[in-house]
Design a binder for this molecule. Structure first.
Ligand SMILES: [Cu+2]
Length: 877
């Protein structure tokens, strides 16, 4: 069945469809974020560069045409389509090029996007020139200025993608984001709302609107230029002035928005969403302002940018787009009021609840809530936004059906459309409740999924005469200490402790030996614990692994009580776990960690997100431990690059205590990037690898012996220039494991006391004792094998030896000690029996096995080899 011509004309697939595709992709990437590289960058750019930029282009064309009433032939549909296709192709290239670190692709994409928007601007200018004098030319001027911002912002974006050092990156990032969001998008939106806002409200425009918009334009443009220039020049205070000037320009013009809103308050999904979008836009500007005002450096400004990006992408852009389209799509589908109503009804379905979920949910996500809560709430926010996609499709279907019905004079309203629910005023209250309930449900699901609280049950009543008095004490949890560390309570008094966590990075608690205690108190939070009536001296401590050993003990003295029973030593002794039996048969299903080093890719900028997670992993075949990991594995992912490469690492703490990261491969100010972040937080660590080496990275949160022993380490391999190719490259990272159980009946925990005493249960290569004995590395006779070795510790070095072979090439800590038998001083016929590495050193040794056989490798520190730091290479003919 073919559609009537009028319906066909109303259809404009390249105007209506691409936004939906980009939004759908954004939702999918957001849902799959743990496994998608650079997910947050992708989501932000799918929304802003994909959906919103496309909409800005097609709808500014639409409004220009509607306002200026120029003939269609000036810029026909065919030309518009060509520009849209160029934009889509360019955006797609950028979206692939940046996460893939393929710079030429990124530059090509940015150029294509810029070209299409510049051509778009020229087409608008042609219309402006041919138009008769009339009102609202100011709107088109806003569009012209906006479209000239885009190529500038795209240039900054390509520069960013090339990889810059920390400080430069921060400056260019601010310039890029401000020119794009405040310039390209902000000016397009401002210009549009001059006329669209009163139209959406179905009321008349403020008489001053056009004049105010004309006066504000130079201020806004000047502010963006000042802001970008100041950022590039590294002047934070000047940038702040630029930001303030932009807000002032907006406020000057924004006065014209209030009169229409007073006459006809926003009551539809379109107007409420657009108003909320405006509010979040201001929140984003305020967040940038605060960072500019308070960060000690530009890299510090950039560190908090993912929060700004989330506010802009979801709060501002997501709502603006869905709100504006809910108004525009019914209008442009044409066919008169009944058809528009049929389409509008689709957008009205449950809109109040959707708006509540998006806005309240986003607010909750910005609060310092635990990570599982943020994950659960952001999921419902995402779904509330994503519902827009099917709604838009059904709106188009409903309009087409209504039109056809009208044309065929069958009925005014087809039954399917009439059946669509309409929000009555009375239904709105119920929807608010439903929306709030949905967010609350997500919060409670997140809390339920979070770390278990230790509970606050009463201590048993003690045989001491109660005085009826209460002693209330404020105790601050600092970095591994309570202040005060000792308190005295009169015998018979009830003790109440207000525990205040003033440690910026780590949660803490206060636990007593009867099992009572606070839950984990997050940084900046406090909790009150009713300890009860104490009959004797006692100690409280922080139950987070390692914290008690670091000195988090609160001595409670009872005045006038019998002598102390506070017999808990400052460092608890190891419970003395049984030695791990490594002689058992290995399960046929056991799989060793792949030690192969993949070849280097072409990229010079490496973007990695490391999620800190607690995972149950093998520490020997058949022996399991709950380990603390970077991204679920021990060792953490190996970062591999060349001298001069830039690494942008986002650390996301999804664990239950504070963690951090320290990269030896680049130079950085420790206090900034190596700081401990609490659960739910993230930070971006950027470094340039200026020197070759097999570098260690590790968690540097106290006690470090525990955090590293628990699994929080990994390698950064920066190849020296002109490193010759070999047949096989393997990486072996040695570390120790300390178990507080046998790990066979149930996963063991981490024994912090044993780590601090340096009495490991296991010493492993790549996290699992004996794994390469069970599953040897392989090579063929005569092949050259390069064995990279890193001693991660926390306490043990490595004397690496391959039984039955000699090394003719040894490279350690940045230089060759021996290269094909030639020594650094020019000596010849040299050989080496070990590659000697102190803790945190790395290097490689090379062997060429002349005869087939199984060649064991060990650390020649024999007691460590017997604890599992051994393996084998099988040489086949
Ligand atoms: Cu840690």
């Amino acid at each position: 069945m073919s559609l009537p011509p009028a319906v066909r004309r109303a259809r404009f697939p390249l105007r209506d469809r691409p936004g939906l595709v980009w939004l759908t992709l954004a939702v999918l990437v957001a849902l799959a974020h743990p496994v998608v590289p650079a997910a947050s960058w992708l989501v932000v750019h799918l929304v802003l560069l994909g959906a919103v930029t496309h909409s800005a282009m097609v709808w500014s064309t639409h409004f220009t045409q509607a306002l200026l009433k120029t003939p269609d032939s000036l810029d026909d549909r065919r030309r518009q389509n060509r520009r849209i296709l160029a934009l889509l192709a360019g955006a797609a290239l950028v979206l692939v090029g940046v996460p893939g670190s393929w710079w030429p692709l990124t530059v090509t994409g940015a150029a294509l996007v810029s070209l299409s928007v510049v051509l778009h601007g020229l087409a608008l200018r042609r219309r402006l020139r041919h138009a008769l004098p009339g009102r609202f030319r100011i709107t088109v001027r806003y569009y012209l200025v906006a479209s000239s911002c885009l190529p500038v912002g795209a240039g900054f974006g390509a520069w960013l993608a090339h990889g810059l050092d920390d400080e430069q990156h921060g400056r260019v990032l601010v310039a890029h984001s401000m020119v794009m969001v405040l310039g390209w998008l902000g000016l397009t939106v401002t210009g549009t709302l001059v006329t669209l806002w009163p139209t959406m409200l179905r009321t008349r425009m403020d008489d001053r609107a056009e004049r105010l918009a004309r006066q504000a334009l130079p201020v806004l443009v000047g502010a963006v230029a000042l802001l970008a220039g100041a950022a590039l020049a590294g002047r934070q205070s000047v940038a702040l002035v630029g930001l303030a000037a932009y807000v002032a320009g907006l406020a000057w013009w924004g006065r014209a928005l209030f009169a229409p809103a007073r006459q006809s308050p926003p009551r539809t999904v379109a107007t409420v969403s657009v108003a909320a979008a405006g509010a979040w836009g201001l929140v984003a500007v305020a967040l940038v302002g605060v960072r500019l005002a308070t960060s000690p450096s530009w890299s510090g400004v950039a560190d908090g940018y993912d929060v700004v990006a989330a506010v802009v992408a979801v709060g501002f852009a997501g709502q603006l787009l869905t709100g504006a389209l809910a108004h525009l799509i019914p209008v442009v589908l044409g066919g008169g009021p009944s058809v528009a109503r049929a389409a509008s009804r689709q957008f009205d379905r449950g809109w109040v609840a959707r708006v509540v979920v998006v806005n309240v949910g986003l607010l909750v996500c910005l609060l310092p809530v635990p990570s599982p809560v943020r994950v659960a709430v952001s999921l419902v926010v995402l779904l509330a936004l994503a519902i827009f996609v099917p709604l838009l499709l059904s709106a188009v279907r409903a309009a087409v059906a209504a039109r056809r019905a009208l044309l065929e004079r069958v009925a005014d309203d087809p039954p399917s459309v009439a059946a669509a629910p309409v929000v009555a005023a009375a239904g709105a209250g119920g929807q608010v409740v439903a929306g709030m309930a949905l967010v609350a449900l997500a919060v409670s699901l997140g809390v339920a999924a979070g770390p278990p609280s230790t509970g606050t049950e009463r201590r048993p009543v003690v045989a001491v005469a109660a005085t009826g008095h209460t002693t209330r004490v404020r105790v601050e949890a600092h970095d591994m200490a309570y202040v005060p560390s000792a308190i005295t309570v009169p015998a018979g008094d009830r003790l109440v402790v207000d525990l205040v966590n003033v440690d910026p990075g780590s949660p803490h608690d206060l636990t007593f030996d009867d099992g009572s205690g606070t839950s984990r108190v997050m940084p900046g939070r406090s909790e009150t614990l009713d300890v009860g009536v104490l009959g004797a001296d006692t100690d409280g401590w922080c139950s987070i692994v390692g914290h008690r050993q670091m000195g988090m003990v609160l001595h409670v003295r009872v005045a006038g009580a019998p002598p102390s029973r506070a017999d808990v030593p400052a460092v608890a002794s190891s419970p003395g776990s049984m030695p791990v039996d490594l002689s058992r048969d290995v399960d046929p299903a056991f799989r060793a960690v792949d030690a192969t080093i993949p070849p280097l890719g072409p990229s010079r900028v490496h973007r990695v997100t490391l999620h800190v997670r607690e995972s149950v992993l093998d520490v020997a075949p058949g022996v399991r431990q709950r380990r603390w990991t970077f991204d679920g594995g021990v060792p953490g992912p190996t970062l591999h690059g060349r001298v001069g490469d830039t690494f942008v690492v986002t650390l996301v703490n999804e664990a239950t205590m504070g963690h951090s990261i320290d990269f030896h491969a680049g130079e950085a100010v420790p206090a900034q990037v190596m700081r401990t972040i609490p659960p739910g937080d993230r930070l971006t660590y950027r470094f340039t690898a200026d020197r070759a080496g097999l570098w260690m990275y590790h968690c540097s949160t106290m006690p470090m012996s525990t955090h590293i022993a628990a699994g929080m380490f990994g390698a950064v391999l920066i190849e020296p220039p002109d490193l010759p190719a070999v047949d096989h490259s393997y990486l072996l990272v040695q570390s120790e494991a300390h178990l507080d159980g046998d790990g066979r009946t149930a996963p063991a925990g981490v024994d912090a006391a044993s780590a601090s005493a340096d009495t490991p249960d296991l010493v492993t290569f790549n996290g699992i004792a004996d794994q390469y004995l069970a599953r040897p590395l392989t090579a063929r006779q005569g092949q050259r094998v390069r064995l990279w070795v890193l001693a991660a510790g926390p306490n043990r070095g490595n004397s690496f030896h391959v039984v039955g072979t000699q090394f003719d090439t040894v490279w350690s800590e940045g230089s060759f000690l021996l290269r094909h038998g030639r020594g650094a001083g020019g000596s010849t016929h040299g050989g080496a029996q070990t590659l000697a590495l102190a803790v945190a050193q790395g290097g490689f040794a090379e062997i060429t096995a002349g005869r087939p056989g199984v060649y064991p490798f060990v650390t020649h520190q024999m007691s460590d080899a017997e604890r599992g730091a051994r393996g084998a290479i099988a040489i086949t003919p």
